[in-house]
Write a protein that binds this ligand. Structure first.
Ligand SMILES: Cc1cc2nc3c(=O)[nH]c(=O)nc-3n(C[C@H](O)[C@H](O)[C@H](O)COP(=O)(O)OP(=O)(O)OC[C@H]3O[C@@H](n4cnc5c(N)ncnc54)[C@H](O)[C@@H]3O)c2cc1C
Ligand SMILES: NC(=O)c1ccc[n+]([C@@H]2O[C@H](COP(=O)([O-])OP(=O)(O)OC[C@H]3O[C@@H](n4cnc5c(N)ncnc54)[C@H](O)[C@@H]3O)[C@@H](O)[C@H]2O)c1
Length: 455
């Protein structure tokens, strides 16, 4: 019997606070220690994004009358640098747990009931409390040739040699980020999209701006039908024609890893996510199962690391204080797409806000190019859009496209979560002049909201 068993070493690994020292813990991990974000997700992708951004600076510099020499990205060196930093962190994390007297590491497990896991060797591990933090994995379309060598998912694409030509299938976060990375680093990218827009879930104005600004070739209405190989070359056959490439990235969504819970008969959403209540307790027959929690991609509406980490903090508290449970509050969840151009958003889109409050909605889209720093950048594309309720100035959403979007949006996330109204946000503080952040100040001042009295 252990006190706590955790399935998944991504955000699940952060549950082991000092409270668990001297108590018996099991961590099950069937893949690479540290989970998606560290090994095949947020961190390595963004470590590729940065050199891809630098590789593009020549064009931007030329706009500002600075001629930079033509450069070349050394993909192999970038890849080695990234993974020589990441792989030891993963191995070190595993060693650290392995050496702890009170921690036992397991491989793939099944959940038999709220207190029992079974290992692949057939051993049953009984636990006072169990946390399901098993994440998600790529979903692949079932088409001929999907398993050919050279056809990758985000799990493998970052370890390959740089392809001369790459087809990217999909139009979501992962497809767009990798199309941006590889094209920035000099690969000829063709993005194959079955619909008519990239990132279609975005606020419409931002979506349109992204689709206009995107700098690599995109083929719309291209439903992939099969992939074939001949003479070392791959051909992706789609409803819009055939595309010859050296490698293919399939980025057609991710599904929760919940199959291992089947014997326990938990409540699942239609997309396979485990159902939880507001305390992150797992449900069966609509009721919480005693001692069983879930966090992250296996249960979360947003497949985002900051959402998984927040849920982990809630679960960590609840495991330690079963008599004083905390709820996972419904915060406004921001997200960014680290493409060129970069995108960030939080809260409602304009269409969603209009649906909710109709004529009470006020919207302002401020161009980067209409602020002093925007002049310095000669920026003609960046947009900072804010939505608020005319009646009380409550900020309902923010949508940004352009340079540093993921950083620039954060003050709006603060205002939304801490309840600062739009006028107070704009006038209740100094904004450093002439920093690019003034674009947010100007957007807020352009809203039709009540005066907070601040000058
Ligand atoms: C390419 C990519 C880029 C991303 N970029 C970002 C980003 O920029 N920002 C952001 O916020 N989010 C990003 N995400 C999403 C983010 O990585 C995930 O939301 C987050 O890592 C989920 O964490 P988790 O703890 O729920 O699961 P994971 O970190 O996936 O951990 C789950 C672990 O459980 C293990 N496991 C599964 N089943 C079992 C079993 N039965 N027995 C034992 N072990 C099991 C798995 O091997 C896995 O290691 C990205 C994802 C991808 C794929
Ligand atoms: N920067 C970030 O925060 C970041 C980066 C990467 C991933 N993520 C997370 O990972 C999640 C998964 O990302 P994703 O891009 O794989 O999923 P997604 O659901 O965002 O996009 C999937 C895409 O694949 C297309 N598609 C689905 N089935 C298809 C088929 N059979 N043929 C052709 N196209 C098909 C869809 O139309 C869609 O464009 C995201 O929702 C996000 O939460 C976050």
């Amino acid at each position: 019997m252990v006190d706590l068993a955790i399935v998944g070493s991504g955000s699940g690994n952060s549950l082991l606070t000092p409270y668990w020292e001297g108590k018996q813990v099991a961590i099950a991990e069937s893949g690479v220690f540290g989970g998606t974000c560290l090994n095949v997700g947020c961190i390595p992708t963004k470590m590729f994004v940065r050199p891809a951004q630098l590789a593009r600076t020549r064009q931007e510099a030329a706009r500002l009358n600075v001629e930079l020499p033509a450069g070349r990205a050394d993909f192999a060196a970038i890849r080695e640098r990234i993974f020589s930093r990441i792989d030891p962190i993963s191995a070190g994390g595993r060693d650290y747990r392995e050496q702890a007297q009170n921690v036992r590491l397991l491989g793939h497990v099944q959940l038999l009931d709220g207190h029992t896991l079974r290992t692949e060797e057939g051993e049953e591990i009984h636990a006072q409390q169990i946390v399901l933090a098993a994440g998600s994995r790529p979903v692949l379309p079932q088409i001929e040739g999907i398993d050919l060598p050279g056809v990758h998912t985000s799990d493998t694409i970052m370890r390959i040699d740089q392809p001369r030509r790459l087809a990217v299938i999909g139009a979501g976060f992962i497809a767009c980020e990798f199309a941006s990375i590889f094209s920035g680093l000099g690969t000829e990218v063709i993005q194959l999209v079955r619909g008519t827009r990239l990132l279609k879930y975005l606020d419409e104005e931002i979506c349109e701006a992204f689709n206009q600004q995107v700098s690599w070739p995109v083929q719309f209405d291209a439903q992939p039908q099969r992939i074939t190989e001949a003479g070392g070359e791959l051909s992706v056959h789609t409803s819009a024609g055939t595309f010859a490439v050296d490698a293919v990235l399939v980025a057609t969504g991710r599904q929760p890893n919940s199959e291992f819970t089947a014997p326990a008969g938990l409540d699942l959403h239609e997309d396979g996510r485990v159902k939880v209540d507001e305390y992150q307790r797992v449900l069966r027959g609509g009721e919480p199962v005693a001692g069983l929690y879930a966090l992250g991609d296996i249960c979360s509406e947003q497949q985002l690391k900051h959402a998984a980490n927040y849920q982990a903090r809630v679960v960590a508290h609840n495991l330690e204080h079963p008599q004083d449970l905390r709820t996972a509050s419904q915060r406004a969840v921001p997200a960014a797409v680290f493409t060129h151009p970069e995108i960030a958003h939080v809260g409602l889109t304009e269409a969603e806000a209009r649906e909710q409050i109709g004529e009470h909605l006020t919207v302002k889209t401020q161009k980067y190019g209409d602020t002093a720093y925007g002049w310095a950048m000669e920026d003609a594309e960046g947009l900072f859009k804010v939505l608020a309720d005319k009646r009380d100035g409550r900020i309902l959403g923010a949508h940004v496209i352009g340079y540093e979007a993921a950083n620039l949006i954060q003050p709006l996330v603060t205002a939304m979560n801490l309840g600062i109204d739009a006028h107070k946000m704009a006038r209740g503080q100094y904004w450093i002049h002439p920093a690019l952040m003034e674009v947010a100040e100007n957007a807020l001042l352009g809203l039709d909201v009540p005066d907070s009295g601040e000058l």
